[in-house]
Design a protein around this ligand. Sequence first.
Ligand SMILES: [Zn+2]
Length: 455
Amino acid sequence: MSATDSKPDYLISPRWLVPVVPRAQVLENHLVAVSGDKITAIVNRQQADQRWPEVKRIELPEQVLMPGMINTHCHSAMTLFRGFADDLPLHGWLYDNIWPAETKWVGSDFVRDGTELAVVEMLRSGTTYFNDNYFFPDIAAAVAVKAGMRVTVGLLIIDLPTSWASGADEYFRRGIEVHQNYINEPLVRTAFAPHAPYSVTDEQLAQVRLLADEMDIPIHMHVQESPWEIEDAMEKHGIRPLARLEKLGLLSPKLMAVHMTQVSDHEIALLAERGVHVIHCPESNMKLASGFCPVHKLQEAGVNVCIATDGAASNNDLDLLGEARTAAFLAKGISEDPHALPVADAIEMITINAARALGMEHAIGSIEVGKQADFCALDFSGPESRPVHDVLSQIIYATNREQVSDVWIAGEHIMQKRQLPRMDIKDISARADQWGERLQRYRTEHRIANGKHND
Ligand SMILES: [Zn+2]
């Protein structure tokens, strides 16, 4: 706890404050001082009254203020595919349904409209920062900047011609261009995003490693998502995907390995030794029946684990609070240990652990003096939130995303009492509906049906 004497721009006065660092702390009667985009002080009420009686206060009398949540794995534009192909296994879902539809429909307009829809949903769910992985990352970056939201856009690499790039050279060239165009934009960062071991060549992976070191950016990749991926790798390469990445020098603290549902004890030790971050997407994994990420074992080995939603085509929402609750329940269920993934861990996995994975721990992920003023406020005024025995328990086990009342990013009050002044929600929803109609016609013509209709 410390305070500077310079006068802040405003003070936020919540009923409860969950700074995340120090771990599991809950403060009452404390105010957060903000100047520009930064947190300048955390003081008790008496200190605030004495020092800054005239400074504007934002009163949150029945709310808890916590760091803005960070979604470490998302394909935001795929929100337009929500409910498009459900109840299918990963391989058939991706190869027979999603990739052909993407080939037909995905372009800059699709990505703009889909990302705007996702950004609205995420902001209204308390997410202030997302780690995206999709075509046209330049468009996703522009949408985030317009919304005032933080993003790491993935510079996608996939061994497949698409409307974004025709081949490896163009993927790299366009990706580097996006990186350079946004280098001075404080809300935007970039990461290399080789799609998955089965869709990227050794040569491309070697190039990713080289450039990621040179440009000093992270690598964001789906790894060992399903049993099919392991079988395919054994057949084509004679080794498991993780062993292949190790051989190519990709296992390092730069790598965010998404999913990791298929993982041996030896691989857990290797992930810990190399400092790889694991991104756990429990709802997507369960929906595609891909398997379960052994979060409890990974944590015990010292691996940094984060929780993310994946895209709305396989989830089907971008609700990080709901995802954290699912992760907590699932970890207990599969480890048969109720102590697994306690609430303090779940909160860290959507805040400070995520900041660490993205190389942003110095600036975000907790409410500490000197960090960026990124917050979300959860409204506990309703009977559903009473009584409050334990604020952290309440956040994870008994709060839904409609209770997110306010959001701040870089000091800007982006969502005020659930209103988003920067976003035209009516227009965004209308454009999503138009895509819905187009995709519905295509779905009928191509006889795409949800799994339950195929039986
Ligand atoms: Zn994904």
